[in-house]
Design a protein around this ligand. Structure first.
Ligand code: 5RP
Length: 222
């Protein structure tokens, strides 16, 4: 029986195999945040002479990449990326994701938006029928925290401030519990319209293009 850590490692290795044909001396690779993304970064170091650089979705990933000798660029220096690789807290069969457990959701969404392909890597426990068992993170400007929390309550959720946590952008996170997300595209748009919301952790308007899910039986590609 493989452990969750083994499965994450398998998903990371599958992503490396997947992106290998996309590597070139000009290629810039988008890199996500989290424990699965960390394993991807560690493996990416083996290929460091085969691509130009990476763009990271967090300070944490940027530091890990740099420590392994991978050049890290600011997104403003990059026009396009063949691929962005990241984990997820939940993913459904439509490849809609719920992300932001690590608090990097805003930069993740921005970096992913510049990439041609979003490759989601996860162990099979992240695959769900309906998103929302994992609390939905919303990055908010501190000034708007209570106003956004009221809207989250009106929508049926129970917002909880992520205590002692500040995002890389200097903002706060509300983790919204108790939502059953039947229409992820609509909820993503609705929440992003609330003044003071920087972004929310639904990645549905722009879902993943490919999911590489590690199971006890091997990699399942969606
Ligand atoms: C960070 C994220 C991560 O992708 C998500 O939390 C999954 O992390 P892990 O690979 O550690 O399970 O969205 O903001």
């Amino acid at each position: 029986m493989l452990s969750q850590q083994d499965l994450k490692q398998q998903a990371a290795e599958a992503a490396l195999t997947y992106i290998e044909p996309l590597l070139s001396p000009e290629a810039v690779i988008g890199v996500g945040t989290g424990s699965t993304a960390d394993l991807f970064i560690d493996g990416l170091a083996r290929y460091r002479t085969q691509f130009r650089a990476a763009v990271a979705s967090s300070e944490r990933s940027a530091q890990r990449l740099a420590a392994l000798g991978i050049v890290v660029l600011d997104l403003n220096e990059v026009h396009t990326m063949p691929v962005y690789v990241d984990g997820a807290d939940e993913i459904n069969e439509r490849l809609h994701m719920l992300k932001g457990g690590g608090g990097a959701l805003t930069r993740e969404k921005i970096v992913a938006s510049v990439a041609k392909k979003f490759v989601c890597i996860a162990d099979e426990s992240k695959l769900v029928q309906v998103l929302g068992r994992f609390p939905l993170p919303i990055e908010v400007l501190p000034l708007a925290r209570e106003a956004v929390a009221r809207v989250a309550r009106e929508l049926g959720g129970e917002p909880v401030l992520r205590a002692g946590f500040t995002t890389d952008n200097g903002n706060q996170i509300l983790d919204v519990h108790g939502l059953t997300i039947s229409d992820a595209v609509a909820l993503e748009a609705r929440l992003n319209q609330v003044p003071g919301v920087v972004t929310n952790g639904l990645f549905a308007a722009r879902p993943a293009d490919v999911a590489l899910l590690a199971t006890q039986q091997g990699i399942r590609q969606l």
